[in-house]
Design a protein around this ligand. Structure first.
Ligand SMILES: Cc1ncc(C[n+]2csc(CCOP(=O)(O)OP(=O)(O)O)c2C)c(N)n1
Length: 203
């Protein structure tokens, strides 16, 4: 069994930028609340980002719903280890449903960054890659370098099966850059983008 390697050095802003650099037109991103939402916005505001400001623990389920409802789209949930740990059971539901167009990516810094860098369970016993495998997700990646990030970016565009990736990022707290906060505006904007990308007229 692979060890739970805890060396985390990737820069979170650079990692997000690499993942989204050659983003195909049909790739939607659900960034988890807090740092991942700020990272996604910092990489370039985009109608296809469903920024979360709350719903801690819900990012993977929001992404699963979108992926199942819109099979022509690709969906990348990109969230923190604290957020993922709060909704850990959702990986079981992802493993049961297995949509090929869904990726769940965890930016794992081993800490709850937004609230003051308290250590999370991934600093200790919990190995999220092992959890994902145990939930039936077949393609699981443990990403710790630039080459791995680039491979992951390609798979966000074209993986033929559900993907889980842990990205080992450094526990730092870059300056916060905050996107739109109005939940209705965020929802309406992403719905229009979904309709455009999937080729239907929104209700
Ligand atoms: C239900 C709920 N509990 C707690 C919080 C407070 N909170 C906001 S972000 C966060 C930590 C997020 O940590 P993580 O997902 O690991 O992100 P990162 O370390 O990358 O910032 C917490 C505890 C919240 N928003 N909602």
């Amino acid at each position: 069994m692979q060890a739970n390697v805890r060396i985390a050095t990737l820069d979170r802003r650079a990692a997000m930028a690499t993942l989204l650099a050659d983003r195909p037109a049909n790739l939607f991103v659900v960034p988890g609340l807090g740092s991942c939402t700020w990272d996604a916005f910092a990489a370039g505001d985009d109608d296809r980002n469903f920024y979360l400001w709350g719903a801690m623990g819900g990012a993977a389920m929001i992404g699963l719903g979108l992926a199942l409802a819109q099979p022509k789209l690709r969906v990348a949930v990109i969230t923190g280890d604290g957020e993922m740990l709060m909704g850990l059971g959702s990986l079981g539901t992802v493993g049961m449903q297995k949509p090929a167009n869904l990726a769940v990516v965890v930016f794992d810094n081993g800490h709850f960054g937004e609230t003051g860098m308290q250590a999370s369970h991934t600093s200790g016993a919990v190995d999220l890659c092992a959890v994902a495998r145990g939930c039936g997700i077949e393609r699981v990646m443990d990403v710790g370098d630039e080459a791995g990030l680039r491979e992951l970016a390609g798979l966000l565009a074209n993986s033929d099966r559900t993907l889980f990736a842990r990205v080992r990022i450094a526990a730092d707290d870059p300056p916060r850059v905050l996107p739109e906060k109005d939940g209705v505006a965020i929802k309406d904007r992403v719905r229009r983008a979904v309709a455009k990308a999937a080729g239907f007229t929104p209700a």
